[in-house]
Design a protein around this ligand. Structure first.
Ligand SMILES: [Fe+2]
Length: 191
């Protein structure tokens, strides 16, 4: 999870990528991978640790995903920074972990069944997902999430580094999902 207990504070660290920087070519090029991992993700790690330090160790005994699910538990003075840096940390971590080099398969089991129910088939799902992702203005993320309230999967977008776990905004919880960093060879904006 990229964490280390130091004294009584949780200190986050940059997680190692589960593959080489060049292994997602030609879909994501090496330079883009390096920028988003070594620079962006590292900056979110540093910002998150600093933000957590500022609100005090007693306020953040849980892992960041739990904190993002309940941002109101964070003192208001640090909430916005933790939302931004914590979201950036966790969104990127999930993004790296949900990609696999040379993965040309498609979802199986329950996820496949749900995609067929709500999007007709996987090909159409990819089309709908891509269409939704490019509607993001500026920085943001596109997710396939599980909506607990309605017991169904759906596609949502979140601006900047907002996490889909933030229950103050919606009741969605992601499942091992698909995320798009708005990056690629075309755009190197900070996401
Ligand atoms: Fe990024």
């Amino acid at each position: 999870m990229g964490t280390q207990i130091i004294w009584f504070m949780v200190s986050y660290q940059l997680p190692k990528l589960p593959y080489g920087y060049d292994e997602l070519e030609p879909f994501i090029d090496t330079e883009t991978m390096k920028i988003h991992h070594k620079k962006h993700h590292q900056a979110y790690v540093d910002g998150l640790n600093k933000s957590l330090e500022q609100v005090g160790s007693a306020s953040h005994p849980q892992y960041i995903s739990s904190i993002l699910s309940d941002l109101k538990s964070i003192p208001e003075s640090g909430r916005s920074a933790i939302n931004f840096f914590g979201g950036g940390f966790e969104n990127h971590r999930l993004f790296w972990e949900t990609m696999i080099p040379n993965a040309d398969g498609k979802p199986e089991g329950k996820l496949e069944d749900s995609i067929d129910v709500y999007f007709d088939n996987f090909e159409n799902f990819k089309k709908v997902f891509s269409e939704k992702a490019i509607t993001i203005q500026g920085s943001g993320w596109c997710w396939l999430v599980f909506n607990q309230t309605y017991n169904k999967i759906e596609i949502i977008t979140t601006p900047n580094q907002d996490s889909p776990l933030d229950s103050s905004k919606n009741s969605f919880v992601r499942i091992g999902c698909l995320g798009t960093c708005i990056l690629s060879k075309v755009s190197k904006q900070k996401t």
